[in-house]
Design a protein around this ligand. Structure first.
Ligand code: NAG
Ligand code: NAG
Ligand code: NAG
Length: 504
């Protein structure tokens, strides 16, 4: 049953302008296992304020047009970079950051189910405006934030925010404390917050590792810092790196430090170092192939045992590339080494026998629908959750096929021909002539054609997007889960966009 007129429908989607994809100082968070939400960033001295979403299952970037209820009627948070962003369930909380030389102290939440921003009025010990702070979620209710730069000082304060009551509390920490810093990482591991590196007072880039306890109220521990000196191949001093938690270990990637004696210069890194939580030591991760170019101020999110790297800056250029880092046993990596019947261009140099070894797979190497089909066959697409957009094949879309065969009244013999007749019919239809029962199948065929056109352009590949988006296409309804989210007055626009998607 299709219900039209549901007022809950969120905003709109437009195809991406590549300019808006690349960036540094943006944040990326995973929501469930199906999407990565990127917000803000800095490109060519321009601060960004838009939300860009990567749909993992369908490998599509889309850009929801978010609705908002800011205190002064703002359409969402102002453009910014070097803020913090934390995901809890379907919500992304952001705080602070920088716009130009102004440090920000506003606090927002984005509901990624309906793409609505809300500016939050919090209370308690409000943290000062700052950028380059680091934060992590404590369970699925609280957020802990440490350090940053308030334009005058490096900070070493610790704040805990309760996302239900919206109360901030500055954690009173006694004993020895780490030097103030910014550009560090803060990662919750079990009940401790692990802080690594960053840039401190006077400017040295640091390589110290600290653990903070006493963050969980129920534990009744006195908050306190402990410096950890772990054995193994520790990382060189750095800031602007990422530490991403995935299963038994934490993965440190990239960042920058300084080199030289007489004149100091910046060195950017692309090494992968893991902090093994079981053996409590640092280890270099052997990489089976050429790693991505060195960078800092990128983002890295984890999905099960995989990591997705996006963007960054190497002192000269800002990147907009996307890479997966996957374990050697991962079917994505295996397909590079196995003698699979599907051939993969540029699929060389991957694979080592070492269990610990990982492979960097650039997303752009996963070309076309052949790869997509293989991934499906191997059943390795991350399982769709209620947040995902599920695109079903036309031959599995019963309602669509029924409609097609009814329309042709058995005058054609094959499903393919019937589908062609149905698409021709919609190509000639006017909004008024669309029946209610056609809306669901039409929306699904629209989403199917977007996915297909996108994949035939080579997927989310830097060059292909540039070519494919020479004229800006819109796909306003791509992210809708089903037709019940459509309003009656959306039909003309849906039909208009659909007609543009039809192959000639
Ligand atoms: C915005 O919406 C949220 C949730 O609906 C609400 O809690 C908040 O008070 C609203 N804020 C403003 C400024 O209207
Ligand atoms: C559409 O989605 C809503 C919730 O997302 C669900 O309750 C409803 O049953 C779905 N309708 C159809 C026709 O699948
Ligand atoms: C759709 O109709 C237009 C004219 O009404 C025609 O030019 C175009 O080729 C048709 N597209 C398809 C895929 O049949």
């Amino acid at each position: 049953m299709v219900h039209l007129g549901n007022p809950d429908r969120s905003g709109f989607v437009t195809w991406l302008d590549l300019q808006q994809i690349d960036g540094r100082g943006h944040t990326a968070v995973n929501i469930g296992k199906s999407k990565i939400v990127v917000f803000g960033g800095l490109v060519d001295k321009r601060f960004l304020g838009d939300v860009v979403v990567y749909d993992i299952d369908n490998k599509i970037w889309f850009q929801p047009e978010c609705i908002a209820n800011g205190s002064d009627g703002q359409a969402g948070p102002s453009p910014r970079a070097f803020h913090i962003a934390i995901a809890i369930d379907c919500h992304m909380f952001i705080f602070g950051g920088r716009y130009g030389s102004k440090r920000l102290g506003d606090f927002w939440v984005l509901d990624t189910d309906i793409w609505q921003w809300s500016e939050l009025t919090s209370f308690g010990d409000l943290p000062s405006p700052r950028d380059f702070a680091a934060a992590s979620a404590i369970g699925n209710r609280k957020i802990v934030m440490y350090g940053g730069w308030d334009s005058k000082r490096w900070l070493s304060d610790v704040y805990i925010l309760d996302t239900m009551s919206l109360e901030w509390m500055e954690l009173p920490v006694t004993g020895s404390v780490p030097p103030p810093r910014c550009g560090h990482t803060a990662t919750m591991v079990e009940k401790r917050l692990l802080v690594y590196g960053g840039r401190g007072g006077g400017g040295p880039i640091m390589s110290d590792l600290w653990a903070l306890k006493g963050l969980i109220e129920e534990e009744n521990e006195t908050p306190g810092w402990t410096q950890l000196k772990l054995p193994g191949q520790a990382p060189s001093p750095r800031c602007g790196h990422t530490i991403t938690s995935g299963g038994h270990y934490l993965l440190l990637f990239g960042g920058h430090g300084t080199g030289g004696w007489l004149s100091r210069y910046d060195i950017y890194y692309n090494d992968c170092i893991i902090l093994d939580r079981v053996s409590a030591q640092w280890k270099r991760l052997p990489i089976g192939n050429e790693p991505p170019p060195a960078r800092a101020y990128h983002s890295m999110t984890s999905m099960d045992s995989r990591y997705l790297l996006f963007g960054g800056f190497d002192g000269k250029s800002t990147f907009g590339d996307i890479w997966w880092l996957v374990p050697e046993g991962d079917p994505i990596a295996k397909r590079f080494t196995s003698s699979s019947p599907v051939s993969f261009p540029r699929s060389k140099d991957v694979g080592m026998e070492n269990d610990n070894s990982m492979s960097a797979v650039q997303e752009s190497q996963m070309e076309g629908s052949a790869v997509d089909a293989l991934l499906k066959r191997l059943d390795i697409s991350v399982s769709p959750t209620s947040h995902g957009i599920q695109i079903i094949d036309e031959f599995e879309d019963k309602e669509f096929l029924d409609l097609a065969s009814r329309l042709t009244e058995e005058t054609v013999s094959s499903n393919e021909q019937a589908i062609q007749v149905l698409r021709d019919h919609w190509n000639k239809s006017s909004p008024k002539s669309i029946h209610l029962k056609e809306v669901g199948p039409l929306l699904r065929d629209y989403q199917r054609l977007i996915t297909r056109n996108h994949l035939s352009n080579g997927g989310p590949n830097l060059q292909s997007i540039q070519l494919g988006l020479s004229e800006k296409e819109t796909s306003t309804f791509y992210h809708l889960k089903n037709a019940s989210q459509l309003r009656m007055d959306d039909i003309p626009k849906l039909l208009e966009e659909y007609k543009k998607l039809l192959p000639d």
